[in-house]
Design a protein around this ligand. Structure first.
Ligand code: AMP
Length: 299
């Protein structure tokens, strides 16, 4: 089934206790589409500047990622810089230059309008809404967001949430959105805002799913050497949505299995800087970690 993502495509500069990467390929839509491409074909909606390297576009195409919805605009590509210290559970953003992403209003190619599975990755609620307006018959709409939009564009975000079937959100951000101090309560309050399910990403603590009155907790993959946590959330969402689009169903049991796939996929993203971990990962290796997780979680 057709899976569409809208989000950022970026130059990232990242510092962790294990090293430094300067102006490498990043962005929410990049991590998401690489991760999802293990499971299903992906359509990307996004924007880059004229400084974006052509050879990076070739990396997407080599994974059968459809770039018809990628616009190249006069100007510079979105730039983000961040630093992770100590246990790397928290990220300090040191620079953001929105550049061509700042007033981006996506125009979907005609061939994308029938997309059924939609992921609204991190970006402005206005951009997310603009995509929703152009879809003819979405089957599953899932969104992500971040602290900036929760604080500065809350109304727009609530509007998107009212139209979404699911949300995948960091624990800190779920707490910020609801004012609740723990994941279970925050998830319950997020459900009152519209989505049928809420998945809270808890970093090294794994992830938590709430839908109706049912809940489920999944640990993170153990024995993974984290080198750079950037993109963990987007890669988790990519694995999750790729699995759901391929399965063609979204009941609670399928969501639990999809969380295991998302977790296993993200575990490869964080073993190296930028997209290197995902580029090198083999489908069979993802499947291997997924099986371990399924055993641990009795799935
Ligand atoms: P994650 O670690 O999964 O939360 O996402 C990391 C990616 O998000 C990085 O590659 C950044 O380029 C991208 N990013 C950071 N800030 C923003 C923002 N304000 N809007 C969209 N993407 C962002």
């Amino acid at each position: 089934m057709s899976l569409l993502v809208v989000g950022s495509i970026a130059f990232d500069t990242v510092e962790t206790p294990f090293g430094h990467a300067e102006r490498v390929l990043g962005g929410s839509a990049s991590y998401f589409s690489f991760a999802a491409s293990f499971f299903t074909p992906v359509r990307v909606v996004g924007v880059v500047g004229t400084d974006f390297p052509q050879e990076w576009l070739a990396l997407f195409r080599a994974r059968q990622i459809d770039l018809q919805g990628l616009e190249t605009r006069e100007g510079k590509t979105f730039f983000w810089a961040g630093r992770y210290l100590g246990s790397m559970d928290a990220c300090q953003t040191t620079a953001v230059e929105l550049n061509v992403f700042s007033d981006y209003s996506p125009e979907l190619p005609a061939s994308y309008r029938d997309s059924r599975y939609i992921f609204l990755a991190n970006g402005s609620p206005r951009m997310q809404k603009r995509v929703l307006e152009q879809l003819s018959s979405p089957r599953l709409v899932v969104c992500d967001t971040m602290n900036h939009w929760i604080c500065d564009e809350r109304d727009g975000l609530l509007d998107v949430l009212g139209q979404a079937d699911g949300i995948v959100i960091n624990e800190d951000e779920a707490v910020m959105l609801t004012g609740r101090s723990d994941a279970a309560r925050a998830a319950r309050d997020v459900l009152k805002l519209g989505p049928d399910f809420c998945i809270i990403k808890r970093g090294s603590q794994g992830s938590f799913l709430a839908a109706g009155d049912a809940t489920f907790s999944l640990p993170a993959c153990s024995e993974v050497k984290v080198v750079d946590p950037t993109g963990a959330g987007d890669s988790f969402a990519g694995g999750l949505m790729g699995y759901l689009a391929n399965a063609g169903q979204v009941d609670f049991e399928t969501l639990k299995a999809a969380m295991a796939v998302g977790t296993a996929t993200a575990s490869f993203a964080i073993e190296e800087f930028s997209l290197e971990g995902l580029k090198r990962a083999a489908y069979s290796a993802i499947e291997g970690r997924c099986q371990l997780l399924r055993k641990q979680a009795h799935l």
